[in-house]
Design a binder for this molecule. Structure first.
Ligand code: GDP
Ligand code: IMO
Ligand code: MG
Length: 420
């Protein structure tokens, strides 16, 4: 049986915290897509840690953690992450497994990411520059190197061949930076990666399912950053939605049970691209400051705005969300009023769907206004103790989306989660 936790907005919904919270109920925690563009924050015994590629179940002893075939893996970042995890007393070598089919991010992928972004000027995606796009391009273009290739004698020769191909592309971009130090780090990290438990991920996970073990698939990014259904081209390069679990782990669709969709009580986006409910005023600034809305991977300020139910309904539909987890509700504690976008005016017509090319049409969000609860909710443990104004906000969401909000996160801590 497989449950999924994924983001329904533009990432950073609090997936790391929620996966860490639920991990105790599962045997295996698996990442199925994305790479070090992800930054999943957890608090372990009061200490903050940001994971980029290691699944967020790593701090629970006795759980298996798998980096699935759908992930693009950066060995250099992994080595650093492992050092951070080890510093907290975790024996990661025991519980971390890596699929041999996961593609490797090479130093030239990072260079190509940077060169491509620079060439786009004002139209840049706002990529995290971790080499994600170029690594997935080499996967779908059938050129890439995979983790399993590390164990072959021809690895270095194959690497050099691909590197030469990349160099021609970099020359086209007129990219002049010296990346020899990146390559040095890469080959050191490759040695480190060879010591891992590299497995056939699909047999590995299906044998566990067969034995009745419980799997939690941990999404990265969010549905609006999905390469097919997000705000293309301002998206990431993988399928972030629940279908990605099947291709990113080798799991059949019938095995998927619950799909937990995470949404903030408001909305954020980091990087470029359309964001209809963005607040460019004091309220947006207030949410950013109180919510500490700065990227976990890049430190960039996140754009903030009201919750967008048109986009959330779309996310519920394409993911088959069965339960919603609302995070960062406490960030709205001080607001006099809150707004919820429940339709878009698109070129003068009211619409309740996500248009084909959001950035090319004029969208004016239409809002319903709610009274703020103006109460500190961070210590509340029971749903009944939540302010009435907040309950009205939640019941409106339940009704609109047709999927219940089952949990409300009221702080970054492991224990700050109220069951509805
Ligand atoms: P992820 O990428 O989805 O895992 O999210 P990030 O870790 O990038 O960003 C979420 C941020 O919000 C982190 O700093 C979390 O510690 C924090 N966080 C998560 N849930 C809550 C919550 O309910 N309240 C508050 N105040 N912070 C939260
Ligand atoms: P988590 O898992 C928020 C955004 C980038 C950029 C676009 C493409 O922490 O929620 P990429 O590096 O993938 O080529 O960037 O996607 N992006 C994220 N935004 N959270 C993330 O991950 C993100 N991963 C990528 O900012 O706009
Ligand atoms: Mg994040």
């Amino acid at each position: 049986m497989v449950d999924v936790i994924l983001g329904m907005q533009w990432g950073d919904e609090g997936k790391g915290k929620i996966v860490d919270y639920f991990a105790k109920n599962y045997d295996v925690i698996a990442r199925f897509q994305g790479g070090p563009n992800a930054g999943h924050t957890l608090y372990v015994e009061g200490k903050k840690i940001v994971l980029h590629q290691i699944p967020s179940g790593i701090f629970h002893t006795g759980k298996t953690n798998l980096i699935g075939n759908g992930v693009v893996l950066d060995a250099v970042t992994l080595k650093k992450e492992c050092a951070n995890v080890a510093a907290l007393g975790i024996d990661y070598k025991k519980n971390l497994f890596i699929s041999e089919r996961a593609h490797l991010i090479l130093p030239t992928h990072r260079a190509l990411d940077k060169a491509s972004e620079l060439s786009k000027g004002n139209e840049k995606i706002g990529s995290t520059l971790k080499g994600i796009g170029p690594a997935y391009m080499d996967k779908t273009g059938r050129n890439g190197l995979r983790v399993g290739n590390l164990l072959e004698k021809s690895f270095t020769t194959d690497y050099i061949k691909l590197r030469m191909k990349h160099q021609r592309l970099l020359d086209n971009f007129n990219f002049q930076e010296d990346i020899s130090s990146w390559e040095e780090e890469f080959f050191e990290a490759v040695e480190f990666l060879r010591e891992f438990k590299i497995v056939n991920g699909e047999y590995f996970i299906n044998e566990k399912i067969q034995k009745g073990q419980k799997i939690l698939a941990e999404g990265a990014q969010g549905s609006m950053l999905d390469v097919d259904f997000g705000t293309f081209p301002f998206v990431t390069s993988s399928n972030t939605i629940s279908a990605g679990v099947c291709t990113g782990l080798g799991i059949a669709p019938q095995k998927i049970n619950e799909v937990f969709g995470i949404s903030k009580a408001y909305c954020t986006r980091v990087g470029s691209g359309p964001f209809p409910t963005e607040l460019l005023d004091e309220t947006g600034e207030k949410i950013r400051t109180i919510g500490n809305e700065f990227g976990s991977t890049t430190g960039r300020p996140r754009r903030c705005g009201w919750i967008d139910l048109v986009a959330l309904q779309f996310a519920c539909m394409i993911n088959g969300v069965t339960q919603i987890i609302m995070t960062k509700a406490d960030i709205l504690d001080n607001l006099d009023e809150l707004k919820v976008c429940n339709s878009y005016m698109v070129n003068g017509e009211e619409k309740k769907y996500v248009p084909f090319q959001m950035q090319k049409v004029n969208i004016e969000p239409l809002y319903k206004t709610f009274t703020g609860w103006k109460k500190d909710i961070t210590q509340i443990k029971e749903f009944n103790a939540l302010p009435g104004e907040m309950k009205s906000y939640i019941s409106y969401l339940n009704e609109f989306l047709g999927v219940p909000v089952k949990y409300i996160s009221n702080g970054p801590g492991r224990d700050q989660l109220v069951v509805a």
